[in-house]
Design a protein around this ligand. Sequence first.
Ligand code: CP
Ligand code: NVA
Length: 304
Amino acid sequence: MKQDLLTLKDLTKEQFDALFARALELKKRKKEGIVDRPLEGKTVGLLFNKPSTRTRISFEAATIQLGGVSIFMNENDTQIGRSEPVKDTARVLARYIDCLVIRTFSQELIEEYASYSDVPVVNALTDMYHPCQILSDLMTVIEDKGSYDAKVAWVGDGNNVAHSWMWAASTLGFELSIACPEGFDPNDAILKEALARGAKITVVRDPKEAVAGADIIYTDVWASMGQEAEQAAREKSFEGFIVDDALMALAKPDASFMHCLPAHRGEEVSESVMEGDQSIIWDQAENKLHMHKAILDMLISRTL
Ligand code: CP
Ligand code: NVA
């Protein structure tokens, strides 16, 4: 049976740990100059219907560095833009490629692709989730703090990235404190189910409360892709939610700052925090490459 990676909800702790171990191993071997080519003869398709710098390039670079070939597609260059049904496209693509990485709006759409595809489908961001992001972020937390047994404070919108953090917290048991303005809470059904699974998640209104005692302070844009028209209104709603030096000072003294990027300096984060000593955003961005290698390798070789 092929396995997909559509949400972190269904990943076991053992699968999380296996991905972290493989990604850390691949990173170490690359730094030592060792070339691994487990994707020799394999083809990875990327179907992206939203912009991307990090996720697209790191998945393509990961494929190529592991000896495979990547093919980038978007809706308008294919017959998808002319209404060819998903169930037809998915079955055709699966006859050509070994894995399909999709970035799109609807989580249901990606699930439909997965249900018709004979090859693994990977979620490279939907409106609901960004699972690969949190896998590489947790790898960064492990490197930075020694383990993922840390307190993570999420400051900002209860969005796709926050939802993936919540499923990870529900399986791995770390503390997650989410501060968001009223009206921008994470999805209630996800919160309820994560809590029912024993997750240590709190949702608060005051960023100061969320960051107290935190090891990791994490934020993301206030208006995600597809919400551009709400930018001005959201800037008002999120007043007071900037991660600046004053907020960082309320966390643990050795706390680190993370952001999935791209960032809006002066909105959700100050220039000084982005560029400051506590920021680990460049390691975080780099780890997308290593984690995407682990994901592709383990899904294609069916060892996850
Ligand atoms: N963090 C992230 O997913 O960045 P991109 O939108 O550039 O891929
Ligand atoms: N929440 C952001 C993440 C970008 C990587 C978005 O969906 O646009």
